[in-house]
Design a binder for this molecule. Structure first.
Ligand SMILES: Cc1cc2nc3c(=O)[nH]c(=O)nc-3n(C[C@H](O)[C@H](O)[C@H](O)COP(=O)(O)OP(=O)(O)OC[C@H]3O[C@@H](n4cnc5c(N)ncnc54)[C@H](O)[C@@H]3O)c2cc1C
Length: 400
């Protein structure tokens, strides 16, 4: 995969954004669902790897798009809000993430003795099912770390309804291979396709539509004609998002950068805190997403250090971060609010290590999330109605 195909450094992401802006209006609206194959995904932005890590914020992405196209950018604006919607929805129901992890344990135990299930699963992840489009997309995912949104929907649908595989395994496979892996967008999109997000409303892949939307490249046979929605518990009721401790304005601070927010130097609220240094925790994991996390975090570390004129550090685990904070004599470690997903486990470990040293852990919640999340507790359309208000709150209304 060319290094700049799914940019994660800020310079490369800004460059991609500038190239994409002219295409983000009516051309995006009409062309965004066609999948032209690897190397030809030019009708979409391919900014997801940067947006998932907030190398670019939603405001930064939408400002030039709205300035160029105004209301003609509605379709693109709406897609960016789908991300905010899924983020907010999972914050309101963190138990859905925990339930997915628990289900994986049970399904792994089943895979160990159910040979037929294990064989179907292996054929699916190897792209050896005999379903032409599905096999192609599984290879594309493995080779490039990316799939077009429409292809993701077909893959998930065929996985669940034609191959009869648990959606939980598909979601895990995507997270392990996607360069833009995101706990909320991935888990909830799989549930949406399977008919578990909007109860009873599933997405059924259709062979004729697949042939049309891929320019006749595929003609899949044997696809399910009926969506048998998997069993699953009802959604837990929405709860207020996890409360966080805000940064103290006057207490010496160590800035901790995570993969969930790689442009904290752009947040004016954080500009005049008494910073002492900036750090990231090393992560040795090896997957396309983990490698992209490292590149994005290194880039963010260098930018933050240059912006505030700080020393920067790579530390080993939560204990390494706590040791650095102690050595620097800071009273608080400040990070971006960590969303539901794998980062929360690290956060809990960091908080424990800091508490033992008498150092506070503070999380900065972006104004974008604070404004959007309260409207993300039901269906997407409830949030969509609020988009004009949310753009206004972000200072983007004049551009619409
Ligand atoms: C089964 C499945 C799994 C998915 N897993 C992920 C994931 O792990 N990480 C991820 O970022 N997206 C995920 N998506 C959403 C979507 O497929 C990608 O965001 C999109 O394809 C990224 O390409 P792009 O940047 O060119 O998108 P564009 O069409 O250019 O959209 C611009 C931005 O809007 C957001 N966006 C667009 N479509 C969606 C959507 N349907 N849901 C949420 N946000 C959206 C993304 O931030 C994207 O970068 C998933 C979708 C499905 C159906």
């Amino acid at each position: 995969m060319p290094a700049d195909d799914h940019p994660v450094t800020r310079a490369a992401a800004l460059q991609r954004l500038a190239q994409f802006v002219p295409l983000a209006g009516s051309r995006y609206a009409t062309g965004r669902n066609a999948d032209h194959g690897p190397g030809h995904h030019n009708a979409v932005s391919r900014l997801s790897a940067a947006i998932a890590r907030r190398t670019l914020s939603e405001t930064e992405v939408l400002a030039p798009v709205l300035a160029a196209h105004g209301a003609e950018a509605n379709s693109f604006v709406s897609e960016v809000f789908w991300r905010s919607y899924f983020k907010g929805w999972l914050e309101a129901r963190p138990g859905v993430w925990q339930a997915w992890l628990g289900a994986l344990d049970r399904i792994d135990a089943r895979l160990a003795h159910d040979d037929a299930l294990a064989a179907r699963h292996l054929a699916a992840i190897r792209g050896e099912t005999g379903i032409d489009c599905f096999d192609h997309w599984m290879h594309e995912l493995a080779e490039t770390g990316y799939l077009h949104n429409w292809a993701r929907m077909q893959v998930a649908s065929i996985w669940v309804f034609t191959l009869g595989l648990p959606w939980e395994l598909g979601a895990r496979h995507f997270l392990a291979h996607l360069i833009d892996r995101d706990a909320a967008s991935n888990t909830l999109s799989w549930r949406w396709v399977a008919g578990l997000h909007t109860r009873g409303k599933a997405y059924l892949a259709d062979p004729g539509r697949i042939a049309r939307m891929t320019g006749g490249r595929f003609s899949p046979a044997g696809l399910a004609t009926h969506a048998r929605i998997p069993d699953g518990a009802d959604h837990p009721p929405a709860q207020p998002p996890r409360a966080v401790t805000a940064p103290m304005r006057d207490a010496p601070a160590l800035l901790w950068i995570t993969r969930d927010d790689c442009s904290l130097e752009t947040e004016t609220m954080l500009h005049d805190l008494p910073w002492r240094a900036v750090a990231v925790i090393d992560d040795a994991a090896d997957s396309p997403g983990a490698r992209a996390d490292r590149i994005a975090c290194d880039d963010a570390l260098a930018r933050a250090a240059a912006h505030w004129g700080l020393a920067h550090f790579r530390v080993n685990g939560p204990a390494g971060l706590a040791a650095l904070a102690t050595e620097l004599g800071v009273q608080q470690v400040v990070t971006a609010r960590v969303p539901v997903g794998p980062g929360l486990d690290t956060l809990v470990a960091v908080r424990g290590a800091l508490r033992r040293e008498g150092i506070a852990l503070a999380e900065h919640l972006r104004a974008w999330d604070r404004a959007a999340w309260p409207h993300a507790t039901r269906g997407f359309f409830a949030l969509r109605e609020q988009i004009p208000m949310l753009l206004d709150a972000a200072g983007l209304k004049d551009l619409t």
